[in-house]
Design a protein around this ligand. Structure first.
Ligand SMILES: [Zn+2]
Ligand SMILES: [Zn+2]
Length: 106
């Protein structure tokens, strides 16, 4: 139930608005206002990781790791905390030979 802020009469819904039956005062419905605040900022976490995975390997330390593609035994690696802080970090590798990328869960 909603009452007119001007005259105190009961208001009724009329399409997208609330309308006062007595004086004709109109007001947008609360639900309509709230809909404007729906967040569009949620990102798919896996997309973010895939992008960084490719970009940041040059100049990283190398480690002995066997490439699943060409069996080269050298790979750049980087460590990222991909989950919450109490989960172990993930190591990402990139083969120095063929550029293949893979990840290893610690
Ligand atoms: Zn009114
Ligand atoms: Zn390789």
């Amino acid at each position: 139930m909603q009452f007119c802020p001007d005259c105190g009469s009961m208001m009724h819904a009329d399409g997208e608005q609330m309308v006062c039956s007595s004086c004709g005062y109109t007001e947008g419905k609360d639900e309509e206002l709230a809909a404007d605040y729906v967040s569009t900022q949620e990102q798919d976490e896996s997309d973010v990781i895939e992008t960084e995975e490719g970009a940041n390997f040059e100049g990283k330390p190398k480690a002995e790791a066997i490439c699943p593609e060409c069996e080269n035994d050298q790979a750049w690696y980087t460590i990222k905390q991909t989950g919450s802080a109490d989960e172990p970090p993930t190591r990402f590798f990139k083969c120095t030979e063929c550029g293949a990328r893979w990840r290893e869960y610690a």
